[in-house]
Design a protein around this ligand. Structure first.
Ligand code: CAA
Length: 390
């Protein structure tokens, strides 16, 4: 097992132009807003404007990383998504003209539900272990969409997280141990002919908890740390209450007392951003990491646990330690700005955006100019997506 120091050198996130307040949704659906605030732990959700998609938010997340670190020795770009824009072309290729990606990098799109970003991170680690002079840009970008008026609707959201993975990382050193659990289960999926996901909500919650426990068991069997060693647990957060549920389940399955205050202490700081952004599928776990790093007291040298779950399903439990001086490399102010500057969305416009269909006739279709973010989908013409930067 390799021991060279490698991990996350830089991390940046972006979200969409709009946010829908869960109070608006609760009023229209005729439910108690506390079902959302307390029951699932969500306050708002990011919603894509008519001229946004996963490419525009991926570009916005990755641009600051390239500005700070340059492109030298970025030999691989891995973009994970389950809300991609093309069945063949990797979404990362649209980023070349938008943010100046190098032509001397392989660019690939990864898919396995919400687990795809973790696949990207682990594949990056493998490439860097082979050649530590190389750097890998990993981008996780998703727009989560369920049917209107369905139980999944309040758990929509959108965000992209970009991570520069390298040797001698400035933020987080990945530890070599990793626990895995894969199983064929129909808890959440999206056939090619649908824009909104299919989900069996209760099955998915149970599958997530079982997969967490199994991945943890595999992690321990392979020599990983004890549960009591971690300063915080970053879970995939389809809704923030899920992290609390899964952690309680994990503790109880291992014979630990699930004290609510102790659970809160190791989860709370990972949930601030997800509470207001909503589910960002592949990006959600890494948004949790950004939230933890930006909001917790000094974490230098502390071990963190990561629990990645992608329906269908693949789960991974892995760990990392926080590097000395990491705070100088965070983007706390930019992260807060990305969230605070979202425009409030009214319910009627939300429904209109939700039900809008992509044109499929091959004619020129200009996209309504809505987003105030740095990149936009300007048109679809000849079945091609045309992006522009500001
Ligand atoms: N005040 C406080 N709490 C309230 C309340 C009120 N007025 N009303 C209800 N609640 C509580 C309920 O008691 C319940 O709490 P517990 O879970 O602790 O029992 C909680 O709010 C949710 O209520 P319901 O179970 O009645 O909610 P629901 O059935 O309408 O929907 C859901 C819940 C099934 C998770 C639904 O949101 C859903 O289908 N979401 C999409 C699927 C999903 O996110 N699955 C997660 C695991 S899969 C995964 O992680 C991959 C992925 O990203 C999709």
């Amino acid at each position: 097992m390799t021991t060279i120091p490698l991990g996350i050198h830089d991390l940046s996130f972006a979200t969409t132009h709009y946010a829908l307040d869960h109070a608006v949704l609760a009023e229209r659906l005729g439910v108690d807003p506390d079902k959302f605030y307390l029951g699932i732990g969500q306050d708002k959700m990011s919603v894509a404007a008519a001229d946004e998609d996963i490419v525009t938010i991926a570009a916005a997340a990755a641009q600051p990383i390239l500005e700070r670190n340059g492109v030298d020795n970025i030999r691989t770009v891995l973009l994970a998504t389950e809300s991609g824009v093309d069945q063949s072309k990797a979404a990362g290729l649209y980023l070349h003209p938008l943010i100046g990606l190098p032509n001397t990098a392989r660019v690939v799109e990864l898919k396995q539900a919400c687990y795809g970003g973790t696949a990207g991170l682990q594949f990056a680690a493998g490439l860097i272990a082979r050649d530590p002079s190389q750097r890998v840009l990993v981008i996780a970008a998703d727009i989560a969409k369920y049917e209107l008026d369905s139980p999944g609707e309040p758990t929509q959201g959108a965000a992209a997280v970009a991570m520069l993975v390298s040797a001698d990382p400035a933020i987080l050193r990945l530890e070599p141990h990793s626990g895995l659990y894969s199983a064929d289960i129909m808890d959440f999926w999206r056939p090619n002919y649908r824009t909104a996901a299919m989900v069996d909500g209760k099955t998915s919650v149970n599958a997530y908890q079982k997969a967490t426990q199994e991945a943890w068991t595999d992690y321990r069997r392979r020599g990983g740390r004890d549960l009591t060693e971690f300063a915080a647990f970053c879970y995939h957060q389809p809704f923030t209450k899920m992290a609390y549920k899964a952690h309680r389940h994990l503790l109880e399955s291992q014979g630990h007392t699930a004290d609510p205050a102790e659970i809160d202490a190791v989860i709370r700081h990972t949930t601030s951003y997800n509470r207001t952004v909503g589910n960002s599928y592949t990006a959600s776990l890494y948004l949790g990491l950004a939230s933890l790093l930006d909001n917790a007291d000094d974490l230098t040298g502390k071990p963190l646990a990561f629990i990645s779950y992608g329906s269908g399903s693949v789960a991974e439990f892995f760990s990392g330690t926080v590097e000395p001086g990491y705070r100088e490399h965070l983007r706390t102010e930019a992260n807060r700005q990305a969230i605070e500057t979202r425009a409030p969305l009214d319910y009627d416009h939300y429904r209109e955006l939700h039900e809008a269909q992509s044109p499929s006739d091959g004619m020129y279709h200009a996209t309504p100019e809505e987003t105030g973010r740095p990149f936009r989908l300007a048109a679809i013409s000849g079945h091609k997506r045309i992006y522009e930067s500001r």
